[in-house]
Design a protein around this ligand. Structure first.
Ligand SMILES: *[C@@H]1O[C@H](CO)[C@@H](O)[C@H](O)[C@H]1NC(C)=O
Ligand SMILES: *[C@@H]1O[C@H](CO)[C@@H](O)[C@H](O)[C@H]1NC(C)=O
Length: 123
């Protein structure tokens, strides 16, 4: 058999696995350098998924009771996967009368066989 062609296929599929998500986020085949703003972050499933993850993970780690409301701002960068810098509006479930507050979170999304999300910071 031809291990070389299966390697070529593997490399090709790996490239596709990187380029397709980038296309989905930016509409461009190659990632630009630095943080790129994402228009209408509320309407991106990927951004909202990262934001709800950030709130849930922060709640778990910090024993808080924040309730995700909306994504106010989002920026994106391609470094070993996708990184999202998000301004998240959230209610404090432990202080029901308090108005929603903005939190800045950085979420790292790794597209491997599985999609995994990591919370890099939350303020
Ligand atoms: C996201 O939705 C919220 C509430 O619907 C809105 O206040 C906010 O401006 C929206 N953000 C953007 C960038 O569209
Ligand atoms: C949250 O961030 C949005 C977008 O930057 C801003 O318009 C809004 O005033 C902020 N809200 C609070 C409570 O700081």
């Amino acid at each position: 058999m031809a291990p070389k062609s299966s390697l070529t296929l593997f490399v090709f599929l790996s490239l596709l696995a990187v380029v397709i998500p980038i296309l989905a986020v930016t509409g461009k085949p190659f990632p630009p350098v630095g943080w790129q703003p994402i228009e209408n972050p509320n309407s991106s499933i990927e951004v909202v998924r990262a934001a709800t993850f950030a709130v849930a993970e922060h709640n778990r780690l910090a024993q808080t009771q924040l309730v995700f409301k909306t994504v106010e701002e989002a920026e994106w960068q391609h470094i070993g996967g996708n990184r999202f810098r998000l301004v998240i509006s959230a209610m404090d479930g432990a202080a029901a009368a308090a108005p929603p507050k903005n939190h800045t979170a950085i979420v790292w999304e790794i597209l491997d066989i599985h999609l995994t999300l990591h919370l890099l910071s939350f303020q």
